[in-house]
Write a protein that binds this ligand. Structure first.
Ligand code: ADP
Length: 213
């Protein structure tokens, strides 16, 4: 499958993407993960992105398009891909459309995961992430077996820099202003599936039903 996953921070895009990769071998492409890895490795890209990310602001469209223009050419995309956290602005969506047309790739749909703001706020303040492999935990509903240590790779499980209350509130404002308009963009393209669900399984089921129809 070739999908775009849309939704506020904390809506569950990453979790849904990980579950979908297990179904058919499509690869998850998370611009947030790519950027965090670049910051951690101290690359030029990471240095440029770091301050924006820490404040919960978007990094410039040109940087993101540079990353994605290369990423979509990689071999593993041939079996399908799940775009998680990209596109994030109307210009990114427009440029993605051009890029895909040029590469002769057709998307199945854009999936909007719609979750209430209270649920999102609660999830983000209690979310923890493995600094090494990106596995996601939650201090209340899904803590690692050993506190602070990733079940999968043993790496440190930490609160992200941009998961302070101030940065979270900014990320949600940025989402409403810059990213929420993409829902209409993809509706107009005739490729939107909107799912109002708080369980990842319900989201997966809705996607599979739509793909089969
Ligand atoms: P979230 O949990 O907010 O969905 P991500 O891991 O997707 O977080 O992204 C973390 C940060 O990386 C964002 O706040 C932003 O600074 C940057 N980022 C990720 N993807 C994009 C994008 N497509 N365009 C601009 N900035 C991005």
């Amino acid at each position: 499958m070739k999908l775009i996953l849309l939704g506020a921070p904390g809506a569950g895009k990453g979790t849904v993407a990980k579950l979908l990769t297990a179904i058919d071998g499509s690869v998850q492409i998370s611009t947030g993960d790519i950027l965090r890895a670049a910051v951690k490795d101290g690359t030029a890209l990471g240095k440029e992105a770091e301050a924006y990310m820490k404040a919960g602001d978007l990094v410039p469209d040109s940087l993101i398009m540079g990353i994605m223009g290369e990423r979509l050419l990689e071999d593993d995309c041939k079996n399908g891909f799940l775009l998680d956290g990209f596109p994030r602005t109307i210009p990114q969506a427009e440029q993605l459309k051009e890029l895909l047309a040029k590469l002769n790739i057709k998307l199945d749909m854009a999936v909007e995961i719609d979750v209430a703001r209270e649920v999102i706020l609660d999830r983000l303040t209690t979310r923890r992430t493995c600094a090494d492999c990106g596995a996601i935990y939650n201090v209340k509903s899904n803590p690692p077996k050993e506190e602070g240590k990733c079940d999968k790779c043993g790496g440190p499980v930490v609160q992200r820099d941009d998961e302070t209350e101030e940065a979270i509130s900014n990320r949600l404002d940025v989402y409403n202003e810059k990213t929420a308009p993409l829902v209409n963009f993809y509706k107009n393209e005739g490729m939107l599936l909107s799912v109002n669900a708080t369980s990842s399984d319900a989201v997966i089921n809705a996607i599979q039903e739509k793909l089969a129809s």
